[in-house]
Ligand binder design. Structure first.
Ligand code: ATP
Length: 207
């Protein structure tokens, strides 16, 4: 799996958030977008995911040298982000069952097994609206790590996580991302210490 950005730019009204962005992302690697609040990390992530359209430039997705169309790329990507909401009226089990219809889990893991793996099994009949923010974040991360997708995108992965849950996140990264393409947006060095490829969004601000 490979994603190539050629002269990508994004603007909101008259404000360019980034321009002339040329980057290549490859399977088996992890990348972290860093930069101050409001610099454009989440925007770049969403442009790469095909959730937001770029204002200029071209993005090419490919697997085994075969191009993947933008219309099909959503099947290859799983995202956990603060702005992607869970359905509050579902129970935990319903949430996982619903998710699985669109994004099946690795190794044919069942929804009930997934809840054991993410250590939330005792809450399976609790409605998501009654989850704490940390429980919601663990659920979002669990859905991302266990979905059978080659690309994982995590925006602010440890937001609302306590020390024990942060340790769990780091163990999950190690376990689930070896052969996948991982992209993180972060302001917290402890959530990307393992990452070799740091992309500073300020490098793509035109002076
Ligand atoms: N829908 C929108 N319309 C107009 N401007 C927007 C919109 N979404 C984001 N922006 C602007 O784009 C810029 C980049 O925002 P973005 O959320 O990508 O930053 P970020 O680096 O992820 O920030 P943070 O670290 O606070 O999460 C900000 O100036 C923001 O106000």
């Amino acid at each position: 799996m490979k994603i190539e950005l050629a002269d990508i730019g994004k603007k909101y009204r008259n404000e360019w958030i980034f321009r002339k962005t040329n980057l290549t992302f490859s399977a088996g690697e992890s990348y972290t977008f860093v930069g101050p609040n409001g610099s454009g990390k989440s925007t770049l992530l969403q442009v790469i995911a095909g959730v937001l359209p770029q204002s200029e430039g071209k993005i090419t997705y490919s697997s085994a040298n075969k191009e993947i169309s933008i219309d099909d790329i959503f099947k290859e990507i799983t995202i956990a982000a603060p702005y992607l909401e869970l359905v509050e009226e579902f129970t935990l089990l319903e949430t996982v069952e619903f998710h699985q219809q669109f994004k099946p889990f690795k190794n044919q893991i069942s929804p009930v097994q997934l809840l054991e793996l993410i250590q939330l099994a005792q809450h399976k009949n609790k409605m998501v609206k009654n989850f704490s923010s940390g429980m919601k974040q663990r659920l979002k991360l669990g859905l991302a790590f266990y979905s059978d997708c080659p690309i994982i995108m995590l925006d602010e992965p440890t937001s609302n996580l306590d020390a024990q849950a942060t340790a769990w996140y780091l163990s999950q990264v190690e376990q689930h991302t070896q052969d996948r393409l991982l992209i993180i947006c972060s302001n917290q060095p402890h959530e990307y210490t393992f990452c070799k490829n740091i992309v500073d969004i300020r490098d793509f601000k035109l002076k």
